[in-house]
Design a binder for this molecule. Structure first.
Ligand code: IMP
Ligand code: MG
Length: 179
């Protein structure tokens, strides 16, 4: 299936049914790993909003849900490596189990910045969960990365929360750039 977002062409890479199935598996794993611990699920906006929603719907442990907002792409198709901190977590995370939920880990710079920033607030643990990972794009390794939905090639993708120039977030599937 093909689609156009702004001035670029994309084709379907991961249909929503496959995302749903994988998210159910991740939720089950998190439920087992954090049984009896009531973690804080902190989504990184904007890209993770649909993933966080589907993930928490499938969790069978009590969780708190909150968000922080960072930006790093600024309308292009490659990471600028500059991070803009738009809004911070408002929940006190001291002594708590924190699960950061990201749409995609590309260079790893965004998560590295965020984990460093949050560590000084002394959460009991920090764990990272990402729907997508581009293993060949990683520049900074993230020790806290424990849950990965899908590994993809080093190509630009949109859909299911991810955007190109703020468009394409509502596509129900992951679409990769063609041409
Ligand atoms: P990193 O700091 O290079 O790891 O980039 C992480 C952020 O860049 C992600 O949270 C996304 O918001 C954005 N990003 C990375 N790759 C893509 C992509 O292929 N499509 C859309 N956004 C992306
Ligand atoms: Mg993001």
């Amino acid at each position: 299936m093909k689609t156009r977002v702004a001035d670029l062409d994309f084709e379907l890479l991961i249909p929503y049914e496959q995302l749903e199935k994988r998210i159910r598996e991740i939720a089950k794993q998190i439920g087992e790993d954090f049984e009896g611990r009531s973690p804080i699920i902190a989504g990184i906006l904007t890209g993770s909003f649909l993933f966080v929603a589907d993930l928490v719907k499938n969790l069978d442990i009590p969780v708190e849900v909150t968000f922080t907002k960072l930006a790093s792409y600024f309308g292009g198709t490659a990471s600028t490596r500059k991070i803009r901190d738009d809004f911070d977590l408002t929940i006190d995370i001291k002594g708590r189990h924190l699960i950061l939920v990201e749409d995609i880990v590309d260079t790893g710079n965004t998560l590295h910045y965020l984990v460093d920033k949050l560590r000084v607030r002394e959460p009991a643990t920090i764990t990272v969960c990402t729907l997508l990972l581009k293993p060949n794009a990683i520049e900074v390794s993230i020790e806290e990365l424990k849950y990965v939905g899908f590994e993809i090639d080093n190509q630009f993708v949109v859909g299911y929360g991810l955007d190109y120039r703020e468009q394409g977030r509502s596509l129900m599937g992951i679409y990769q750039r063609v041409g």
